[in-house]
Each structure stands twice: as C-alpha cells, then as structure tokens.
Design a protein around this ligand. Structure first.
Ligand SMILES: *Cc1c(COP(=O)(O)O)cnc(C)c1O
Ligand code: SF4
Length: 344
C-alpha cells in the first residue's frame, strides 16, 4: 500500500519545474483547525466554532505565515485573517454573495473588463492562503477562470481590443500558477503591442515568499511590457525578513511594487498599525496604493469598519505621514467606471 508521503514525493518528482520548493510549501499549508490551534496554543473553546465556520470556506494557511503569529493570542492580527470564526456563520442584511458585481461583468472565459484600458484575467481559483474576509469566497471559479482552453479565448479577446493597455493577472492568486503557465501568458501579452503593462495582484508573495523563485524573477526580467506587482499586505508583522528579501528581488528584476490592503476591524483599524504598515512597506521598497473598505459579502461583517470611522482614521494617518505613504481609501461599487475613492 502506498502512503500519502509516497504519493507526494512522486508528484514532486514528476513536476517539470526544477525547483518544486514552493509547490511543496503550498501543499504543506495547514488546512486543519486542530493543527493550527495546537501549533499556536489556542484555547480549546475556539475549536468547535472554527470547525463549523471552516465548512463554509476552508481553512488554508502556509506554515511560514503561521510562524509570524504570536502563540496563545487569539487577537493576533495575522491569525485573525485566517482563523474561521463563529461570526462568519451569521446572516447579516446587506452582505450578499456577489458584492462587487463580478458575476455580472464576467465575459465567461475569465476576463473581467469593467474599467477603461484595463482588463482583469482571473487566471486561477487557487490561493496559497484563505483570507476570511475575501470577497471571492463565493466566486464561481469553476465557470469563470481562464484555465485550460478558456485562456486562448481570453487572450484572443485582449488581442482584438486595442483599447486595452494593461492586463491584470488576478485570481485567486496568479502566483499559484506555475512559471510555465505564466510564461505562456506573458509571452502572448508581450506579442500584443497595445499592451503596455502587465500587472499582478498577489498575496502569495507575502504569505509564501518561497514562491519568488529564480524562474519567476526571470519571468519579470524577460517581459517587454512593464511589470507592476501589487502585493497585498494588511499588517507590518506580515513583512518578515524572507518576504522583504523576496520583494527586493522582484524590484531588482524590474517590477514596480505597490501595495493594496483591506481595512479590517481587529486587524489594522488603528492609527499606529496603519502608520507602521506604510513605513514598513516603504522600507521594503513598496508604495502604498489602496486601502479598501471591505466588500460586503456574506460572512465577513465582523471585519467591517464603518465608512465615517474609516475616513477619520485615514485623516489621522495622513496627519502623520508624507503624502506618498498614505494609501487611497477606496470602495468598489458595482457598475461604476472606477474604484470609488473616499474622503480625501
Ligand atoms: C480593481 C480592478 C481593476 C483595477 O483598478 P485600478 O483602480 O486600476 O487598480 C481593474 N479591473 C477590475 C475588474 C477590477 O476589479
Ligand atoms: S489571497 Fe486574495 S483572493 Fe485569495 S483568499 Fe486571500 S484575499 Fe482572497
């Protein structure tokens, strides 16, 4: 009888990519509530609730990210982002299934073309981490991502529409894709002369810095189009030395680095946390871009910061930082021509 370990090592050997380190780390992510609770010495009282909430949206967190959390502290700002809570199971009016109108604007093969000049390609449904507040916890990935033959159709659409100058690789997380898959996409986009920029939106760079391997750095350096990487850091504690090194390598390879965060109650909704975040990002070579108000999807209401409080908070932050370190407070509303920037 073959053990799961044998299966995993066979899988690792069969990968065509020569450095399967990050894929191994991705497979070894913690997906079980008890394992997470034991590793962090969390009180027993959290387990039953966490098990129940995890049936709605599974737990997933890489071990390297867990290592940045404080043991025994259920209020740790990193743990809060991944720990399933009972509050998620409550139905709250105003929190629905498609808060940002993605279902309505999807062209069917994984391309979302909502804003002028930019088209967003949902490259995969997979993420290295499951963020509890994610607006895509209910996104219909099976029908909507540019996997397999959908990709060819999505690329044909982009090639035919010269009003598109920027292609955003999103997901899920585009860095869940192999370097081979990214090369296929990157090469195709580089051949379209109207595409000036390729933008990646990724949280993997932060939760699984192993992903920034030589192949990916080569991919960035090889692009004709300018590469912009928007990382997703919500708290300064997420910027470990490994993450900082990976970001520096991406920058050296030629990428412009920006950050988008989500304003989350109990994670980063205080002045000191946001000032520290901006300072830490800048030190890592990343400029703050957006801080988003929460998308109102079912199961995330306990993370919401009321808009007037968010505006007051960002005013206090702006009073303490140079203008270029103050992210734009924004909300995505269905049917609008751009993200709505609030209270500046
Ligand atoms: C957020 C988003 C973009 C990018 O908007 P920017 O303001 O340029 O960052 C593009 N397309 C879609 C569908 C989006 O949701
Ligand atoms: S990485 Fe991004 S897309 Fe994936 S679960 Fe987290 S917030 Fe959602």
């Amino acid at each position: 009888m073959s053990s799961p370990h044998d299966a995993a090592s066979r899988e690792a050997r069969s990968l065509s990519y020569p450095h399967p380190g990050w894929q191994q780390a991705m497979r070894e992510a913690i997906t079980d509530v008890d394992t997470l609770c034991q590793r962090l010495d969390l009180p027993e009282t959290y387990r039953a609730d966490a098990h129940r909430a995890a049936t709605l949206f599974g737990l997933r967190v890489p071990t390297g990210y867990v290592d940045r959390m404080r043991r025994g502290d259920v209020d740790d700002p990193l743990l809060r982002q991944v720990l399933p809570l009972d509050a998620e199971t409550r139905n709250v009016p105003g929190f629905g299934l498609d808060a940002v109108g993605d279902m309505a604007s999807a062209a069917g093969h994984g391309l979302l073309h909502k804003y002028h000049g930019r088209a967003l390609l949902v490259t995969t449904g997979a993420c290295a981490v499951h963020c509890r507040y994610c607006f895509r916890r209910y996104f219909d990935y099976a029908g909507q991502h540019a996997g397999g033959s959908n990709l060819r159709q999505a690329l044909e659409h982009i090639a035919a529409d010269t009003s598109i100058s920027e292609v955003i690789l999103s997901g899920g997380d585009p860095l869940s894709l192999t370097n081979e898959r990214l090369s296929l996409i990157g090469t195709a986009l580089d051949e379209m002369t109207h595409i000036m920029r390729i933008r990646l939106h990724t949280r993997t760079a932060v939760v699984l810095p192993e992903r920034i391997d030589a192949g990916l750095l080569g991919w960035v350096a090889a692009r004709r189009a300018t590469v912009v990487i928007v990382v997703h850091v919500n708290h300064a504690n997420e910027l470990s030395p490994e993450v900082t090194r990976s970001l520096a390598a991406l920058k050296d390879a030629g990428a412009t680095l920006l950050n988008q965060a989500v304003l989350l109650a109990g994670v980063n909704d205080d002045e000191a946390a946001l000032v520290d975040l901006s300072e830490a990002l800048f030190a890592a070579g990343v400029l703050p871009y957006y801080i988003h108000l929460l998308d109102r999807v079912a199961g995330v209401h306990h993370f919401e910061v009321a808009e007037p409080d968010a505006v007051a908070l960002m005013q206090a932050v702006a009073a303490r930082l140079p203008g270029y370190l103050v992210p734009k407070l924004a909300r995505e509303l269905p049917g609008e021509p751009a993200k709505r920037v609030i209270g500046v």
